[in-house]
Ligand binder design. Sequence first.
Ligand code: ATP
Length: 504
Amino acid sequence: MPATSMEELVSLCKRRGFIFQGSEIYGGLQGFYDYGPLGVELKNNIKAAWWRSNVYERDDMEGLDASIIMHRQVLRHSGHEATFSDPMIDNKKNNKRYRLDHLVKDQKADVIAKVAAAMGESAENFPAVVAALNANPAQASQALKDAGVRDPFSGEVGDWTEPKPFNMMFKTTIGPVADDESYGYLRPETAQGIFTNFKNVVDSTSRRLPFGIAQIGKAFRNEITPRNFIFRVRELEQMEIEFFCTPGTDEEWHEHWLEKRLSWWEAQGVPRSKIEILDVPKEDLAHYSKRTYDLMYDYPTLGHEEIEGIANRSDYDLGSHTKNQSELGLVANVEENLDSIAKLTIPHPETNKPVVPFVIEPSAGVDRALLAVLSEAFTKETLENGNERIVLKLRPHLAPIKVAVIPLARNKAELVDLARSIKSDLQKLGLGRILLEDSGNIGKAYRRHDEVGTPYCVTVDFDTVGKGDDATLTGTVTVRDRDTLAQERVKISELTAYLQAKLK
Ligand code: ATP
């Protein structure tokens, strides 16, 4: 059974070294997390699985790694300077600040109903309620007070200001000159690096429509209220594809990607039955979107929340960057001279005339993926002897440690040396991390490796080296299976082939 509460996951992550609070020794920095020894392995494995499936296993994809800090013109003309904001609202009684939609959503049902009624909307259509609150700030402030909206911090009814937009981009100065022009933005999505390199990739690879560009990287959002562990953070990582296609084929490709992405999640152990597909209502679409499917995973404690967005971004971004380069005098008059000078176009596959392609964008968060994968793998079992064990039933390709090699006694050089050499041989298979676990206590080692999801433990004991009770076991080791708990004696000479087959 998967995790039933977020606390269970948070506690496991901290206890076993998956995730720590960022800047913890100085009191922590809200919305920032550090991935520890096991977290970094799990994260890398998720990213590798995504890259394998979306880049290596397709014939219509290229990869990219663009810089994080971007020219302010990019984010201006992408529309982010004007619209990448969330509505914030303050409680005048204690100066606490909240994201408006989160504040209202977390109220009791009768309070939400009162707010909705005051704004002339139905509580069933929450995005419409939020849209009405944003559009009418003065009425919103009054509606929240009249409905008795409580401050989550104090628990009392707040004295609410008018909501106003808060831009979530992090701005930073560039170079030693501190004037008003010398700044850039930390990208709020990796996508813009793909759009600005569109022409470079097309020219250097001779790609024709349809094809995609994939990228994994950090993005930064100055969330008003980061919360729910790594679910909503200020420094996040995204796995994004911009898939370019001929206008008119976009809706078909949108369905293709929805299907592809759902099967990818399934292969990571996140079943379709746990993901709801939200066809995002018009009033809730991002500024660039023609249509978006949000994949809503059923997180423990949180319920259904977005794990991935699959947007039809139309020709918005490439069109906007092309047009604006023209306005800035970087490209002369695009509309009239599209054939010769337009930068972000590609020949139409049938007419060969330059066309600004449409874009389908599957965009998944690595942090939210990791949380979902952990949550599905988390299992509490009662063993035959009545003891309880926690085991992470991760798919082997995601497990942070593939095999732990354990010498039965840490102070017997013969056992430790043999274990080290077995570890070294297994490591050469390229399966991922193999760990020499010489902490000494076999029971504790098994418990630890169950909890961190190590699929196999290999134990080197006195029989292995011919100093036990059973001479027939010389040259063999015990292989313990995480899920079945079965223990099998395997010849050292056959161990690599045995584990390779199991971990494939
Ligand atoms: P939300 O509505 O939850 O704020 P969003 O619609 O703004 O998310 P997108 O802009 O579609 O998110 O970003 C694509 C993906 O990036 C999301 O599906 C999510 O997995 C991830 N993501 C976005 N914001 C955050 C964040 N603050 N922390 C962690 N992951 C995030």
